[in-house]
Design a protein around this ligand. Structure first.
Ligand SMILES: C[S@@+](CC[C@H](N)C(=O)[O-])C[C@H]1O[C@@H](n2cnc3c(N)ncnc32)[C@H](O)[C@@H]1O
Length: 238
């Protein structure tokens, strides 16, 4: 995989990386041996600091893979974690890893297409009452705008929505007309998505060259309700 900052700097920074626990060290090694894409080391370090400062009570993740980041969240903070995965093999492995690391009471792994699962979650009483403080979008990049539209109503006031891989190994920063044909649509989609985030009146967003590029958006619920006319329970106009 290409690093979005130069390899010398990435290697230098990664040398400081320290796995939080032996379990996570083994799980990262397991993922790397099987080429399962999981959060990069510097992304994990940034998330660890954010979680320590924000102390979320409820985390939502789109894209579980084998459960590495979900277990990392569980080992880093006391939040309840809901994570969604559509690949049946990854889903089974994630359930087993979560159990093996002793987090099955804290992490719910939900199987299915995120857009469908998110619509069901929106109807659940817990979600309507409390919302999620920390939402991590780390799934199919072509659906980020759709995931955002389904996640934003589920976000608590002052909650964070973090999207991973938004710089797509640097491709996002390439002008679409100068990129290979096969990348043009995904570049345009991601650029449109980031432009959309930066212009949202209810979110304050920064884009960082950490990992494969990460966007961090802080949600102002009052501004969200004013903008959309919707409360967390989408059926209820405020
Ligand atoms: C980058 S991996 C997630 C890695 C994980 N967050 C971690 O760091 O350990 C992306 C995962 O999202 C899943 N995924 C992609 N699109 C999805 C969708 N529409 N609904 C549910 N899962 C999806 C893929 O099957 C894949 O396992």
């Amino acid at each position: 995989m290409n690093n979005i900052v130069n390899d010398i700097i990435s290697t230098y920074i990664d040398a400081f990386y320290q796995e939080q626990t032996e379990d996570l060290k083994e799980l990262r090694a397991f993922a790397e041996e099987r080429y399962v894409p999981i959060i990069l080391k510097d992304t994990e370090e940034l998330l660890r600091i954010i979680l320590a400062l924000q102390k979320p009570a409820r985390i939502l993740e789109i894209g579980t893979a084998i459960g590495y980041s979900a277990c990392f969240f569980a080992e880093t903070c006391g939040a309840h974690i809901t994570t969604i995965e559509r690949d049946p093999d990854y889903f089974r492995t994630a359930v087993s890893n979560v159990r093996q690391l002793g987090h099955d009471g804290q992490v719910d792994v939900l199987f299915g297409e995120a857009s469908e699962v998110l619509q069901k979650l929106a109807l659940s009483t817990d979600t309507a009452a409390e919302g999620f403080d920390f939402i991590f979008i780390d799934a199919s990049k072509s659906h980020y705008r759709e995931f955002w539209d389904l996640c934003a109503p589920l976000c608590a006031d002052d909650g964070l929505i973090i999207c991973d891989n938004v710089l797509m190994r640097g491709l996002t920063a390439t002008r679409p007309e100068e990129a290979a044909h096969k990348h043009r649509t995904s570049i345009r989609n991601m650029r449109d998505f980031l432009q959309f985030l930066k212009e949202l009146p209810y979110a304050d967003t920064c884009i960082l060259t950490v990992g494969d590029g990460i966007s961090i958006s802080r949600i102002d619920r009052t501004a969200y309700q004013e903008e959309t006319g919707k409360d967390r329970n989408q059926d209820e106009e405020c």
